[in-house]
Design a protein around this ligand. Sequence first.
Ligand SMILES: [Zn+2]
Length: 252
Amino acid sequence: MRNRLGMNNNPTAREFERTCKRLIVHTEVGPSGSANVIALDTTSILHCSSATSNTLTHTAAGESNETVEQSVNTFEKFLEDHDYLGSQSWILTDCAEDIVAYIAGFIVKSLQRDVVCSRCKELLEGEEVLSKLQIRKTFGRLYRASNLTVLICKAGEQAVRFLKAESKLFIQNEQTLQALILNIIQELPSDVFQSFGNHVFDGEIWNNHSIELPKLILKKYINLQIYHETSKLSDVRTLRKKLTKTILFRNE
Ligand SMILES: [Zn+2]
């Protein structure tokens, strides 16, 4: 008890209560069998350990018997067989488009260091905010994604949604990710490349900034979505977090 609260020997009543509750919850103190107090049910307070779960990595490593090349081939074949961007069912709702436009602002922010070319930097950011959600959430300065960035992010979102719903194949390695990105770039609307104007002619035909910039944006966007999906899967500490807040901050 004394170790808590920064070795405070003289806690206030509220601090003492809080520390006591915390210790009881942490050690799962219960009544002994011979005592005259009986627990109403056998519910344990904490159901999970605070150690990082490695289940996902184990299953991923265990199931991947196929080589990188095989997985990329399967993935490319799957993408060839399914025309996801042309499919009507994957048109985003107004709400989803607005959220994607908001996320696009974050993509612009995170690409500031990666993009060195000044013309590309100008193309990333727009004059006005395209997302209503962003207008509502802005209290300071948030990056305004340009129409170009939002268009590319929308294509990425459609592809990720499609993969999540229709396929058990998930992006397993860097090569699969590259295959997906190339596939999305081939399907991008012509408005995207027109936005680059004369900048298309700076560099080689197949390796100029009008290809490199969409690649960078898509890579960031898809990685962000993968991170989101996996953190949803591995978030087993929700109950613990919830209980900690209830016990420590609300004194319940
Ligand atoms: Zn450029």
